[in-house]
Design a protein around this ligand. Structure first.
Ligand code: 2P0
Length: 352
């Protein structure tokens, strides 16, 4: 390990959008959810985080930069991820550079981490999901960690719950698990990215401003005050996840769209049922819902599903390219650019 050298790894991780939402923790420090959730991972070239991790004997402390600005690594979540990955580090040898790092050396070495999001941070577009998944994945590569994606997902979960679902492409389920230590609270892939290639995801950015209530504090308040959350976690989501898994396996868009819209609406109803109430959607979001509902009802079968996370931006999932292009026409007609709205729309995740 002697001499001056630097070893680097760069990785890119896409964000994911939940179609069955995670909202509420049963354990705050281990980040264990009150219900299972299911998401779709976006294409890597669109909403994604790119992270470079570097190690060198000349580094005096662990440091991190997000979008070029240094941020503190003192938070418990970063420390949990670093600690869990370091504990699983194995020997690394780079013959080209003449570097040999033993398992024991990793305890003394410090890392520098630089991370960039190609989309607005903390605006309800799941930036922490892509961020922590990428951090854990790139550190695991650097330190030659042998664990599989599911085991890494349980580490990413300790950075941010939704991050565990970004370790896989396609459709992913975060199993809430039963163990008190969280060892079985991890992500599994339900179907890969090729399984349902006709779907087109459009994100309508209603606002890129940072949200007022963070997901972490919002869900804490919901757990403490919302009776609807208790009902949702115990009675609604267990049945809904079974139906959603079937809809995904059978590529049954009518069922998929019905479940996706209903789950988004129930999540926002839980936010309203929280004391004090939390408002993530705005008037533009509500107008988008009305527009999609009216259109779906005027057709023989639903054309588009909508879902909204902890922010006003709409994630619209069209059944195919034709529906996506009609949807864009409608969006541009009802929400013209430069009108009295700050909505811009752009197409993401065309998987065909
Ligand atoms: C989800 N959201 O399933 C839900 C839907 C927002 C609404 O996961 O406290 O940033 O870091 O575990 O993962 C956002 O919550 O919260 C989220 P923490 P996270 O995607």
């Amino acid at each position: 390990m002697a001499g001056e050298w630097i070893l680097m790894v760069t990785a890119q991780t896409p964000t994911n959008i939940a179609v069955i939402k995670y909202w509420g923790k049963r354990d705050e420090s281990l980040i264990l959810p009150v219900n299972d959730s299911i998401s779709v991972t976006l294409d890597p070239e669109h909403l994604c985080t790119t992270t470079t991790v570097a190690v060198s004997p000349s580094f005096e402390q662990d440091r991190m930069w997000l979008n070029g600005k240094e941020i503190s690594l003192s938070g418990g979540r970063f420390q949990s991820c670093l600690r869990e990955i370091r504990a699983r580090a194995t020997d690394v040898e780079n013959k080209e550079k003449g570097i040999k790092i033993s398992k024991k050396d990793w305890e003394k070495l410090h890392v520098h981490i630089s991370s960039f999001n190609n989309f607005p941070t903390a605006a309800g577009l799941a930036s922490s999901a892509a961020g922590f998944a990428c951090l854990v994945f790139s550190l695991a590569k650097l330190m030659n960690v042998k664990e599989d994606h599911s085991q890494l997902s349980a580490i990413a979960r300790q950075g941010s719950g939704s991050a565990c679902r970004s370790l896989y492409g396609g459709f992913v389920k975060w199993i809430m698990g039963k163990e008190e230590n969280g060892s079985d609270s991890l992500a599994v892939q339900l179907a890969d990215e090729k399984h349902w290639g006709e779907l087109v995801i459009i994100i309508a950015v209603v606002s890129s401003r940072q949200k007022e209530t963070s997901s972490t504090s919002g869900m804490r308040e919901s757990v403490e005050t919302s009776l609807l959350l208790q009902h949702r976690a115990k009675e609604v989501v267990p049945k809904r996840t079974v139906k959603m898994e079937e809809a995904i396996q059978n590529r049954d868009f009518a069922s998929f769209a019905g479940l996706t819209c209903a789950d988004s609406n129930q999540f926002h109803a839980v936010c309203l049922d929280t004391c004090p109430p939390i408002f993530y959607m705005n008037d533009t979001s509500h107008r988008i819902i009305s527009c999609v509902e009216k259109w779906n009802r005027s057709e023989e079968a639903p054309q588009v599903a909508y879902t909204f996370d902890a922010g006003p931006n709409a994630v619209l999932i069209a059944r195919n390219r034709k529906a996506a292009s009609l949807l864009l026409q409608r969006l541009l007609y009802y929400f013209p650019p430069n009108a009295d709205t700050d909505m811009n729309s752009y197409v993401l995740g065309d998987k065909s």
